[in-house]
Design a protein around this ligand. Sequence first.
Ligand code: M6R
Length: 630
Amino acid sequence: MCGIVAVTGYRKALPLLVEGLEKLEYRGYDSAGIAVIDSDNKKLVCHKAEGKLKNLKHKLDKKIISGSLGIGHTRWATHGKPVLRNAHPHCDWTKQVAVVQNGIIENYFELKTKLESEGIVFTSETDTEVIPHLIQKELNNLSNLNLENSGSTLLIAVRNVISDLEGAYALAVIWSGSPDSLVVARKQAPLIIGLGEGEFVCASDTPAITNITNTILPMEDDEMALLTPLGIEIYNSENERQYRNPISLRLSEQIVDKKHFKHYMLKEIYDQPQIAKNWIKQFLRNDESSLTSINYPFDIQFLKNIDQIQILACGTSRHAALVGSYLLEQYAGIPTNVFYASEFRYSPPPLSPNILTIGVTQSGETADTLAALNMEIKRRQSSGKESYKPNLIAITNRLDSSISRLVPNIIDISAGIEIGVAATKTFFGQLLSFYGLAITFAQIRKSKTHEEIDKMISNLIKIPPILEDLIISHNKISEELAHNFSNMKDVIFLGRGINYPIALEGALKLKEISYIHAAGYPAGEMKHGPIALLEKKVPVISIATPGNVFEKVISNAQEAKARDSYLVGIAPECEGTEIFDYLIPLPLIDEWISPLLTVVPMQLLSYHIAAHRGLDVDQPRNLAKSVTVE
Ligand code: M6R
């Protein structure tokens, strides 16, 4: 989604901005631009280009732009097509103020209509463009006051303007009248300030600042800040100065190295065994005397009163939540519902006491998930009933994100920054967190015996080496199999029980990066409609792991075979699996932990199909890494 980087200091801004934007490319975008105040003539210089950042770099090639104050942006279209005129930064009619913005200004149309009636001509279809015009108008008004400090003047002008803006946004503003002042503001969209030596940087995501500093101050909602080479001033919505200590980025948030892999996605699939090792080390404990075998960074006493769980998430995180709900209900015996965060917000179930709400989001910034959690917190607080506590947990990969500020109890999956837009290793990390929660609830509710819990734990401990071997062998197999799939138009994924969400995830991965239509179904549901699609050109990928529903899945696969579909099985080599035209073999493992392995061929197959089709695997079209608009 849109990315912001802005800098003020002593070095030339342009290369720092371009470097920052390169680090934000993974978020997904369709145009890019920069604006710098040229230190020679104190004029605003603005350059933009459609498409990838390389187009902007090409435009900037050989341009000498001095000036150490600037803003940059990668845009993911919401209002107006992804064309040059809509790319950020946007300037006011006098070309003195430039603004980059993430998020959506909901009342822009009304503001625009008013500005147009005053004779201001708009050059884009964006919601953003109202902001620089409004700021310029404020600056004109403030000029009568003859304020001494131009930075403070800009700060006041921006404050006055944002009090009229509705929506969720993060923005950065520069003005040629104050050639070293940067004003930034945040409302429900991420923005962090990086503290360098003699320079300050602001960005929507940490990778964009790591070329300058590893010391950050995340901004809170409704805060704005003035950054100059001499320091920063942060203010809350009441215009009170805010003071707080900076924090250091963890190493995993600083390193985004592709190593020898062709794409980040492949590297991130290969990262998974290490994530399992880290999780085992961090979360599994040997302390017999404790309440549970899982090591949480928060007090879990409140979980003892919980008798129901609701999970809010989107996309891949929702699929992890579905595996989680299976574990929580079937293993730990606690009723659990999973909601699309975007639906929950507008049609939540009736309030009930003793419910635990879990938000799942790798980025910690997904607007739908944050809004749903916010709504749930507020409605519980305002219910007036003491028993309706907002018992909350969030599972995220980004401790520095908005969800970490919203929710008191965080399970950090510590997977390291994920660059590929298609989530892989973060999904895996989310699954592990759900295994931890299922064990915890099984212990609290005594729904499983010590022996059963020990068995689950020892099975989880065995995962890393099995996974290492599996990734190596499945990588080869998937690369080979990808050739058969590259001309397909539709693919069906089937799974049952705990592996049904893995079928959904397989279909989502394939759609996202290869642009092949795919759908996942519970295998037993196929005969109730989707079977009509089956024919030679529609392959069926079935997950069949020995356990509760193995024979059923094999029978469902037979039904597909009878309709001439090419059948791929993700299953162990055992009786029944000879039915598959192509077998991606699995080791014989306990069904409870099977999703941790069955997801791997899903990830690798989609990866190789997309790579074989020559597509941009890490930055698929139209998608964004963190979806910060509703
Ligand atoms: O950051 P989140 O986990 O909240 O993101 C939710 C979805 O936008 C995300 O999972 C999306 O579906 C991915 N592109 C999946 O690969």
